[in-house]
Write a protein that binds this ligand. Structure first.
Ligand code: GDG
Length: 729
């Protein structure tokens, strides 16, 4: 079995120093709880911080290390300053608030950012020390978003997965971060990046496109030289553990004790870590309004409020604590009486059996985060309902709401809705409760935390497989050498080269991609030898082709094969074509220009093209699809062809394509070397008509009829230069 290295900020074990010595306690929080069972069943090592600063440990560092190592944990020790600036700082004052849509709480400080960079480096060194060939490296959460890239730099061939446990915000929020590019580049060091929900994954892909320019196809991103996948894996819980533990005698004893204390009141349960994202004050206010509206529940209903201390060093958390204390005091003052307190408030972490007892006995779980990546409490509550009774009220902004649709789903900012949800829950017939919960239970039982982890690892390995298939097609050093020597040893050479996206990268406006002196010089060099026949095959109009390349001793093809020109001869049309259709098609394209800011129509002699390179990400693709559909309907009887190129939809006469234009050159002589290079769908027609022995290269990594892939236009130019260099040698 492959070894899995789990890397997260915190280890599942926290070390504390007490008067009587060191204490090793399980860490609290969603990530630690979620991964614990997975970690035990795989052959894993967990790398992370044990929750204590280096200065406090002093000479005990080695004792702690030995104990943790014996439990499969490899500690990363951090200094007090790093904990302040990285953990309490950049992680919890910058990323956490921003990613949970609290830009006003977000602090942008260069010092904190540098600490984040520094600690991610420390983690990277730890990973490099522990990792062995063949390990699966699985990095977790927002504390370590630079780590995938840092590990990739140290271990280029490693299998690296990353999972984000919190939301990935929409681009409009993410773009506020001064270090947004570094964060994305850091994440793209991974092979697979996982999110809880489809929305988070889409937000991430959108940011990658807008900030780094990489597009995706069904979550698959092609960066400069690799394929990276972003996908959705909603984290589950250890369902069996929660549901079976609910029957344990310790839990049953706790339930009896609590029942005795609380009488036969109905119980609403609220449990969260202390965090402003969890919506605790909003919940309390809604509860207060409920009591005001429903006096019949006086002394018959208790809100059991558990707040687990966390991040109290961050000012926003201390303020929140104060606000909760005051609200609880006010509500208890207003609706309580001697011997009855409507809110039972516990500000501490509960032992596991008390937690399960509360889940099990609560009539209602009121879980109303303002934002939550997933929210495991809601899932755990459902799992412990062995008799199926109980009502979950859950806010729509928790990732869990996507899976727990049978709960009462509310908008946390709509107090009325929460009050109504409580009213509905309190009178919901038991059969309905059972019916709803059984559906959710089945789902949670199926997609439990083990399935989640297995699924992630499985997808990670699939992505690696896909990468190696792509790599097999990538023009590596050896193949390149073979190509250069084939070229050198041949006497009749044909080179069919596309221009945009192949020799030069795309620019926003087509006329801006004019060839530089360097490119012209390169093409001159290529065309100098009598052994070489160079043909530039482009979709551009013939005027531009003539203006830019007319001076070269090269063949030219314009408008995807409508016009061809042999070197030293005149332009010729491939067949007599008509233009009559333009009057019908132009208004449709113009309508799309009006509806799609940033797009424009280019008119060529025998074709019309709608360009959308500058249009917003999804909008452009969506409109292109709509337009293609409209055009396909219209052109069905017109002997026209609709072509989808790179960010362009083009209409032209049917039967004309680059492949057809290339054929006369291919059959002109018995070539002993043929090379074709292109980057988009229109170049596929050329690849398809080549003899099997020809060298065909597709720029960028995606499916193609070409035999090889190369990553970018600059790589194409380097290859051509190498071929020329080889000639001189
Ligand atoms: C992050 C994301 C995402 C809570 N109180 C006690 C206690 N807990 C345990 C619960 C649960 C965990 O802590 C809390 O998990 P959540 O998911 O609700 O929240 P976060 O800690 O914010 O976790 C979150 C999660 O990562 C996983 O991806 O769902 O959205 O923010 O397991 O049982 N455990 C004990 N006593 C307590 O008082 N023993």
């Amino acid at each position: 079995m492959q070894r899995v290295l789990i890397i997260s900020n915190r280890l599942p074990v926290s070390v504390e120093k007490r008067k009587r010595g060191l204490r090793f306690e399980p860490s609290i929080g969603g990530l630690a709880t979620g991964l614990k069972s997975f970690y035990k069943s795989y052959n894993s090592i967990w790398i992370g911080w044990p929750g204590i600063n280096l200065e406090r440990l002093k000479e005990e560092e080695q004792v702690v290390e030995a104990r943790l190592l014996s439990e499969g944990c490899y500690p990363v020790f951090l200094s007090q300053r790093d904990i302040e600036d990285y953990y309490h700082g950049f992680c919890n004052k910058t990323i956490w608030p921003l990613f949970h849509y609290y830009p006003l709480y977000t602090i942008y400080s260069k010092d904190l950012w540098q600490a984040y960079e520094r600690v991610n480096e420390v983690f990277a060194n730890a990973v490099a020390e522990v990792a062995e060939l063949g390990d699966i490296i699985w990095i977790h959460d927002y504390h370590l978003m630079l780590l995938p890239r840092l590990v990739r730099e140290r271990l280029p061939g490693a299998t690296i997965g990353f999972f984000l446990h919190i939301p990935f915000p929409s681009f409009e929020i993410f773009r506020l971060l001064p270090w947004r590019r570094q964060i994305l580049e850091g994440l793209l060091g991974a092979d697979l990046i996982g999110f809880h929900t489809y929305d988070y994954a889409q937000h991430f892909l959108n940011s990658v496109h807008r900030l780094l320019g990489y597009e995706d196809t069904m979550g698959q991103i092609t960066s400069i030289d690799r394929i990276i996948k972003a996908d959705v894996f909603p984290i589950g819980i250890d369902y069996e553990e929660y549901s079976s533990y609910a029957r344990d005698w310790r839990v049953q004893r706790e339930i009896s004790k609590l029942r005795e204390k609380l009488g036969d009141c109905k119980i609403i349960l609220s449990i969260d870590r202390l965090d402003y994202t969890k919506g605790i004050p909003q919940r309390l206010e809604a509860f207060s309004l409920f009591l005001e509206r429903n006096p019949q529940y006086k002394e018959k209903l208790i809100l059991f409020l558990v707040v687990v201390p966390s991040r109290t060093k961050v000012e926003a958390y201390a303020l929140l604590k104060k606000q909760i204390d005051e609200l609880v005091g006010a509500i208890n003052g207003k609706y309580g009486s001697i011997g009855f307190t409507p809110i039972q408030y516990v500000y501490r972490s509960l032992p596991f059996h008390s937690l399960i007892a509360l889940y099990n006995m609560a009539d209602i779980a009121l879980i109303t985060p303002l934002r939550d990546g997933m929210n495991l409490i809601s899932k755990e509550y459902i799992a412990t309902k062995t008799d199926g009774k109980g009502v979950l009220i859950l806010s729509e902004t928790a990732g869990a709401a996507k899976e727990l649709g049978e709960a009462i789903i509310i908008n946390v900012n709509n107090q009325e809705e929460i009050v109504q949800a409580l009213e509905e829950a309190l009178v919901m017939p038991e059969e309905e409760q059972v019916e709803r919960n059984r559906i959710m239970q089945k789902r949670l039982q199926r997609y439990n935390v083990m399935r989640w982890a297995d699924d992630f690892i499985d997808r990670l390995l699939c992505t690696r497989k896909l990468q190696s298939q792509m790599e097999a097609k990538s023009l590596n050093h050896e193949t390149k050498m073979k190509l250069v020597s084939d070229f050198q040893e041949s006497n009749q050479r044909l080179m069919l080269l596309d221009y945009d996206g192949t020799l030069v990268p795309f620019s926003g406006k087509p006329e801006r991609a004019r060839p530089s002196d360097e490119i012209i010089k390169l093409l001159e060099e290529l065309t100098k030898s009598r052994k070489n026949e160079v043909v530039l095959i482009s979709g551009r109009d013939k005027g531009t082709m003539e203006k830019w390349f007319g001076g070269l001793s090269a063949g030219l093809v314009a408008e995807h094969g409508v016009w061809t020109k042999e070197k030293g001869k005149e332009w010729e049309m491939i067949e007599i074509l008509s233009n009559d259709w333009k009057g019908e098609v132009r208004p449709i394209l113009e309508l799309y220009v009006d509806r799609t800011p940033g797009s424009f129509v280019e008119e060529k002699e025998f074709s019309l093209a709608w360009h959308y390179r500058k249009v917003g990400y999804r909008l452009g693709d969506m409109r292109a699809r709509e337009l293609t559909n409209d055009l396909l309907n219209l052109t069905a009887n017109l002997n026209l062809q609709v072509l989808e190129g790179s960010k362009v939809v083009e209409v032209k006469n049917a039967g004309v394509n680059k492949g057809r234009a290339a054929l006369p050159w291919i059959s002109k002589k018995t070539w002993d070397f043929i090379l074709a290079v292109g980057d988009d769908l229109t170049d596929e027609d050329v690849f398809k008509v080549l003899p099997a022995t020809a060298w065909s290269i597709k720029v960028r990594f995606s499916a193609s009829a070409a035999r090889f892939n190369i990553s970018s236009p600059s790589q194409v130019r380097a290859l051509l230069e190498e071929m020329l260099g080889g000639l001189e040698a």
